[in-house]
Design a protein around this ligand. Structure first.
Ligand SMILES: [Zn+2]
Length: 312
């Protein structure tokens, strides 16, 4: 299995109920978010160019603060003899990474600025900077915090919900409706024909960047049906020989990307108004700007281009 950003770390055991007794001052990993930004110790900007058009520069290094179970930082915070400097809006137990308990916490919107040496940073800027396992767990943490925050009340009767101890769910005590963390499956399609791949731009992409097509699965569709529909809607071409490539958890905000490659059968490119700003066939030796290696889109394009260059 190839490494995919955000995939669950091999040494991670997910859990829901926090351990009964934490050893005093035992180490724990804390994934603390304020909005969509993670609390990290952060180095100066790296002189290396960023591979992500959405990220002007990445930090030269970053790590999650080493907090103890009681919420005290082992490093930057403790040096100043300072506890976590705000009361979290919510905390969730995530499980254990190589035997160390992992927690997610949400800072309130009005939390004061972090002490010296700590900063809030977006996940995209931390890709390839933060340790891979911590980066992946940060992606898990932000999704679970968002889900927990959005399911405080029952969607059916409006009563306050309660967290279940034995599984990741919030249950309504009045009508018993259970809410589980939500995932939105999305299909990604790379269409190919003789020595060329079809790439497109959505209006919200950074200037000049093209990527594979993607769309959300609708109720009642198989992944293959979704792919055929999305490709026809977005660029007006028909495809066949749909082959699975790989999948990726994508926490922006809660997708599971399922990527495929397929062959062009018929149709001229006709970009869908409002959805697709431009779409073209690109020769594998002359490609436009592509998404960062953080995304499965780039891994799919790279793998197919390598394969097709080998065939040429
Ligand atoms: Zn209810």
């Amino acid at each position: 299995m190839s490494e995919m950003p955000f995939m669950s770390p091999l040494q991670f055991e997910a859990g829901v109920a926090a351990p009964e007794v934490a050893e005093p001052e035992a180490r724990a990993h804390w994934f603390v978010f304020k909005g969509d930004r993670l609390l990290v110790e952060l180095g100066p900007p790296s002189p290396r160019p960023s591979d992500d058009l959405r990220v002007p520069a990445r930090p030269s290094w970053a790590r999650i603060p080493g907090l103890t179970d009681s919420g005290r930082a082992a490093s930057a915070l403790q040096k100043n003899n300072n506890p976590l400097w705000f009361e979290p809006a919510r905390t969730l137990y995530l499980g254990r990474l190589a035997g160390i308990d992992c927690w997610a916490a949400e800072a309130p919107a009005d939390a004061a600025a972090p002490p010296a040496g700590l900063a809030w940073e977006g996940l995209r800027a931390l890709f390839s900077v933060l340790e891979d396992a911590h980066f992946a767990l940060a992606g898990r943490a932000i999704q679970l915090l968002d889900w927990d925050r959005s399911h405080r009340y029952c969607g059916r009767c409006g009563a306050p919900t309660e967290a279940k101890a034995e599984e990741r769910a919030r249950v309504c005590p009045a009508c018993r409706l259970a809410a589980y963390p939500r995932l939105s499956p999305a299909v990604m399609a790379l269409v190919r024909r003789d020595g060329e791949i079809l790439l497109a731009r959505s209006p919200h992409f950074p200037p000049g960047m093209y990527s594979a097509l993607a769309g959300f699965v609708e109720p009642g569709e198989t992944l293959e049906q979704c792919l055929a529909r999305e490709v026809e809607e977005e660029v007006g071409v028909r495809v066949s020989r749909i082959r699975y490539f790989a999948s990726q958890p994508w926490p922006f905000p809660n997708s599971l990307m399922i990527a495929f490659v397929c062959d062009w059968v018929a149709g001229e490119i006709r970009p869908q108004a409002g959805e697709i700003e431009a779409a073209n066939w690109f020769k594998v030796l002359h490609l436009p700007k592509l998404p960062s290696r953080i995304s499965i889109a780039r891994r799919l394009i790279d793998a197919m281009v390598e394969e097709m260059r080998g065939e040429a």
